[in-house]
Design a protein around this ligand. Structure first.
Ligand SMILES: [Cu+2]
Length: 129
């Protein structure tokens, strides 16, 4: 029993070291500093495809412009709201035809629900810091 417990314990640092090596390799192979999404310099993209937003959660800095791209085969909207219903004072509500894209700048900190008025199951959240 005691021997078995010791063996398990000895294996863990090895696994941790391996995981750390992988993580470091992933970091060093990426020469860009814009790994984190939500860079205020822009370039943040949300794709609408398969009746879903991707990603479904996004964190950006205030002032970031997010480009929503409709790569689906049907039209969508990019609407501040939830479950297909716009918020009372929706900060944005844009139609997005097939193949089109729309830029939305998030200048105020807070959490913004995003939905599609045509497909109520399409939901995502943008957190602005
Ligand atoms: Cu839709």
């Amino acid at each position: 029993m005691h021997f078995g417990a010791e063996r398990t314990f000895a294996v863990r640092p090895l696994l941790f070291a391996a995981a750390l090596t992988l993580a470091l390799a992933a970091c060093t192979s990426n020469t860009s500093s814009s790994v984190q999404s939500g860079d205020a310099s822009g370039g943040t993209v949300v794709t609408l495809s398969g009746l879903a937003f991707s990603p479904t959660t996004l964190t950006v800095k205030a002032g970031t412009t997010v480009t929503f791209q409709n790569k689906d085969t049907v039209d969508h909207t990019v609407t501040n709201g939830k479950d297909g219903k716009p918020d009372a004072n929706a900060a944005f509500d844009k139609n997005l035809s097939v193949g089109q894209s729309v830029d939305i700048t998030f200048s105020t900190a807070g959490t913004f629900n995003v939905t599609c008025k045509i497909h109520s199951t399409m939901n995502m959240t943008v957190t602005v810091q």
